[in-house]
Design a protein around this ligand. Sequence first.
Ligand SMILES: NC(=O)c1ccc[n+]([C@@H]2O[C@H](COP(=O)([O-])OP(=O)(O)OC[C@H]3O[C@@H](n4cnc5c(N)ncnc54)[C@H](O)[C@@H]3O)[C@@H](O)[C@H]2O)c1
Length: 364
Amino acid sequence: MVSFVPYDRPVRAAFIGLGRIYDLNVRGYRDNPDVEVVALVDPSRERREQRQADWPTARTFASAAELASSGIEVDVAEVLLPIPLHADGVVEMLGFGWHVNMQKPMCNDLLDADRMLDAAKASDRILRVMENYLFYEPLRKLKQTVESGDIGEVCGYHMKMVGTGRGGWDVPWSSFEWQMEQMKRGRGIEVFDDGWHKLSTALWLFGPVREVRAWIGNLAVGPGVDLDTPSTIIWEHDNGVRGVWDITIAMDMYLRSDYYTNDERWEVTGSKGFARVNRCTGRGIQQPSLEVYADGEMRAYHALDDDWASSFRDSGRHWLRWLHTGDGPLLWSGEEAVDVLRFALAAYASSAAGGVGLNPRHVT
Ligand SMILES: NC(=O)c1ccc[n+]([C@@H]2O[C@H](COP(=O)([O-])OP(=O)(O)OC[C@H]3O[C@@H](n4cnc5c(N)ncnc54)[C@H](O)[C@@H]3O)[C@@H](O)[C@H]2O)c1
């Protein structure tokens, strides 16, 4: 039982991992009176020096253990570690008595997920697995539109994701190295890492899933580099709504993007019309980010905050405010993140068994 006492002062936070995604996660912390950044942790001296410019009064450390033994008081850790380090790292930090806001994917399997949930319980701390997509304004408006009944009864929906080989921001090779480790473990960058977000949006939009069928492909793009595409995953929610998600790689395609080169869409079909989010991470379709068709009329939303980075800012702010109130959903709690993990594991198990239908509740 977690007996969480909301804070009535700025929470003292430490960033653990100062790599590529720090650039977006930091947006929730800037100019935010709910938080005081007291420490920065990364084994790379270069990264520590680079990020220190953002937080001149924060102390820097090469490891979380060094910070823990430094005498500096920390309430919460913003964990931005490579995925293979998530489980051990988070268990260690919960053990230090820190609340944890961690990046997705939570971890690779259910054993590690249990270890993390147990550690949170044992230390009476909160474990949050951030899901920035649930804070992306066009997707929030999509959810609201669907729930309003404007497009009638939901008949089904699809998601599309195209990873492109050209465009976007620079991603250091070191950020790919651990992704390649993940690929070797059968946890690919498209279905498991980036895909985690798509599975999250499915659960968030339409609730628990009772059956998943998948066909997960393999595309060798270089020595030791295999991408988990083309892939197609279909599922049915407990409420009977079906979803389809297709994932491809277009190596030679240039995609305009301030971040990763990922061309994404969500489209919900209703009995009276449809609602479609045209883009998210990249800027593939340059129309308004949300369009809603009903009864012969198209409505286009021109003024939504459709900068993908804003979803990180708002997710971070939500968490830091939540620590002061304890009100409302965490988006996601550790337990809810396990549902996303189960969804992904059911897709892998289905694909391995030739595409049979599996209930994520029964995967092991
Ligand atoms: N929400 C999203 O859309 C999104 C996007 C990209 C990445 N991510 C996630 O963010 C996490 C980090 O990804 P990234 O791309 O920033 O990786 P990265 O490799 O660029 O950065 C990881 C950083 O962690 C540091 N590190 C390694 N071991 C450490 C340790 N023991 N203690 C402290 N720091 C350590 C590395 O030196 C590096 O600076 C991953 O979980 C990834 O899946 C999420």
